[in-house]
Design a protein around this ligand. Sequence first.
Ligand code: BES
Ligand code: ZN
Length: 892
Amino acid sequence: MRITFRNLCLIVAAVAILPLSPAIADHHLAVQRLGVDVIPQKYDLYVVPRFKTNDFLGEETITLAAPKSGIVSVLLHAKELTLSQAEVISAGQRQKVEIKAEPSEEMVRLAWQTPITGVPFQLKLKFKGILNDQLAGFYRSTWKDAQGRIHNLASTQMEPADARRMFPCFDEPQFKATFKISARVPREMTAISNAAVVRQVVSGTTRLIEFEETPKMSSYLVALVVGEMEATPPVVVQNVPIRVWSVKGKKGLGIYSRDQAAKVLPFLTGYFGVPYTWKKLDMIAIPDFEAGAMENPGAITFREKLLLIDPVDASSGTKRSAVSVIAHEMAHLWFGDLVTMQWWDDIWLNEAFATWMETKAVDAIHPEWQWWKTYANEREGSMDTDALRATRTIHSDVRNPEQAHEMFDVITYAKGASVLRMLERYVGEPVFQKGVHQYLEKFAYGNAATKDLWDSIGAVSGQPVDQIMNTWVNQPGFPLLSVGPSSRPGSLDMSQQRFLSEGLGPQEETLRWRVPVGIRVLKGAAPINGQSHADRKYLLTEQTGTVPVLTDEELELPVLANAGGVGYYRVRYPETSFRKLIDAASKQLDPSERFSLLDDTWSITFIGEFDIVSYLDLLGAVKNDEDELVWGAILGQVSYLQRVVEPTQKLPYQRFVRDQLSTLYRKLGWEPKPNELQQTRILRGRMLTTLGTIGQDPQVIKTARELYAGIGKSSKRIDPDLMTPITTIVAFNGGARDYDHLLVRYQTARTPEEEGRALHALTEFQAPQLVGRTLQLGINGKVRTQDAPMLISSLISHQETAETAWDFLEKNWKRITTFYPEQMVRGVVGSAGWFNTDAMHSRIKEFFGSHPIVSGESTVARALESSAVNVKFRKNSAAKFNQWLAQRFGKP
Ligand code: BES
Ligand code: ZN
């Protein structure tokens, strides 16, 4: 799983049921939507960033249409801007305008005397703004060159509602307009924006750069980057020049990403059947960046580590992240940029779609990566949150920017992508694709809502798509299906009920889904990617259903009720059916199916509906698996169990971990084999990391140390996929000298990957004094604010350091909330959901009660509930697990 900000803050992730604190509650009521009396058509925008004073000057002319007559005022967005001049021009007549700021609403009202009627008219404004350090709006970033000199840079990040910090505008997605942008920048700098440069004039110490007028687009997509930047040479694909930009000295690291984008583009135009409309594609690495990447048409911005890749030394994981993020953002150029949701309540149309499409695109250009398997991780990731009462519906009410920010969560991205995938499988891939094509054609340069997508796919498929999908998009949670042989011969009985982490309990839940069920009778070998012609489709529409699927001879065979693992539901089977499935699993189920079987069983165990000892037996039965995806589930579960190990059972637990991995370790060892699949190299790394950390395997730790000591010295090249495992193992078992060494590696890293690896490893050290140093780095200004929150949240999410890190967070809360960009604070507290003792649960509850968190309502509600269910699991299962450890692994 890539570690971008989104993932970080969503480790525990929705709509709060908590009472709101007064400060937050007021704010919710304050910000209102704009009216539609006046509609922007074109913005002429001129900006002058001033790095000496950390501000900028702006001038703009907005051309407006007014469907109504008699307009005497306009309300538009502006935040932290000072307007100095304003006039309105209609039919050649100029009028003076009165400016009235309404800061609590992030708006300004402009009013004049003589009513304007009918004609398009223009507003001319002059203003000044702040080149801020919040990584939002038009903000300042800095970087150091090889000689250690500091340079400035300015970048934009508008989504969801920060264009208003750069220029007065109608900052809501449905107000699409064209943008004609120009900038005056220091002579040694350049500027990049959505459209191509049409003119450059150098005069004195400045450079004027003028861009073409863009096609119609929403304000949240405006981009302007100003700095001493350099670009790779372009690759031209389908007439589109593609380049990667970085700060000076790094353009060599842009080639890999540029070439990957060049492969993604034809795939996307082919799939969508709609040409690329943004003329050029610049991809820009920004040294300080809050999210992972942002899909500004023609000028996609990225964190450096997701775009600047060393083609030789990069690990497979780093390449995977880069390619999937590039594919994701490029998918947005159609889904999001060309067709945009009406309003933030439908942001899932953007994000779920791009997440789903990202997988398709990566699979198309790197089939050997077997990327389709990541759907399984998405399903798992969102179900954990979606099983909480504090989850929310995919489509959720949004009234203001804070709530819009909260929408970028695992429900939007991962649940959204999962239910799209389920629908695609149900209606068939070609039908789905055709529906998408029609939707894009119909709403190009405009806006759409969820229903519009269902109408398009419904029209092509002839299925009641909206009826099915409403149950997934407008209801929280998902069902548990109980599936077993029916009393009617040759049939399966099914029933559904909501799956909740707090336990199934009494049936007060009346939610029902329309569940597309994929059923497979296991006769032959596993299908290649979970899709078999033998699959039977059944739509469960009521609480219970009976499916006549079996012939007499099939009756004795195992039956799987989530073919391909694409269904967004969990399945529970009766004991005998379950045994049959497990016995057949290794030969007749594909990796996603094995994954979902394991994940469902673990989750049902977690809520106390499956015996933990039987679950542990199952872990023993899957030791022979060789698939990275399946092992991802196993390792996640095994490391979770560490959280309930009693001090007396520490050694037995370590033996259990080593035993679980023994077969795999014998097979994979340390040495990559020629022609090995990428997934095997990645799996080797995960296996070794587990053995060298929670497994405390002395041999693995020793080898890791030796290899680490040889980095840069020995002539033998270390497999790039082993670099992070080695570093992690050394740090986890390391002391002050290792710490100092890693800190230097962080400060002198040659690539963003190396920098990130070293920084992350600093959170692995166990000695209290070293944990303390990492915590300090989280707030002392020595680590960029884009990365610092990760240090603290990572230490909170690690069992051994969690309480120390939480103490630190409480003591330094003031510094944290002032030092971190506003929207990054919630990312730090989400990991509190891991706490599983009554004492810590009460502490975090008390803390959240008195410390409101910006855009953090759902994060807080989910963390509290997660922690409560973790406490419950501990109370119900810890004793049994520890007994089992003592019995099985008590002796060496
Ligand atoms: N549109 C988002 C960026 C974004 C996220 C803007 C949150 C405002 C708030 C972008 O397309 C995105 O999803 N970025 C991801 C990376 C992606 C590959 C999943 C991110 O930043 O984590
Ligand atoms: Zn996105």
